[in-house]
Design a protein. Structure first.
Length: 148
């Protein structure tokens, strides 16, 4: 019968492990003998006056003084659009059983959602109405809806 090759594989693994340990030990000794190869001084990076990273310190004569109050952090708030308060339109669709519908504005032909809670009077499809707009979860909603 032939010998098991398991022992040969184990021997090869042990040789590789021993070689790795020796290499590691040699690298450690080299670092101790030549400390100039690495160290903290080689890890320092500077930012120059243009915002570029370099290995030389910035020139103090090119230093600029910046007023901290002029620095804007984040995005400035946009101004809310001023919407006309009362608009005119026609009821395009309304379902009494479900309690919602849509109103089409006369000037722009935009459609706005209307809920029965936003009605001041009962409406049907085709009625001319006046309404105001209010920001809802999914967009602008018509509220304070009255027949004309």
């Amino acid at each position: 019968m032939a010998k098991s090759q398991n022992s040969f594989i184990k021997q090869e693994k042990e040789k590789k492990l021993l070689k790795k340990r020796k290499d590691k030990q040699k690298k450690m000794e080299d670092r101790k003998l030549n400390p100039s190869n690495g160290g903290f001084d080689n890890m320092i990076a500077y930012v120059d006056e243009n915002g570029n990273i370099s290995n030389t310190p910035p020139d103090p004569s090119k230093k600029r003084i910046v007023d901290a109050s002029t620095i804007e952090i984040g995005v400035s708030r946009r101004e809310d659009e001023v919407l006309p308060s009362i608009r005119n339109g026609r009821v395009d669709f309304y379902d009494d059983s479900k309690g919602f519908g849509f109103i089409k504005e006369t000037g722009t032909q935009e459609k706005y959602f209307v809920h029965f809670k936003g009605l001041l009077q009962d409406v049907k499809e085709g009625d001319m109405v006046t309404f105001e707009l209010e920001q809802g979860r999914k967009g602008l909603n018509a509220v304070s809806v009255k027949k004309v």
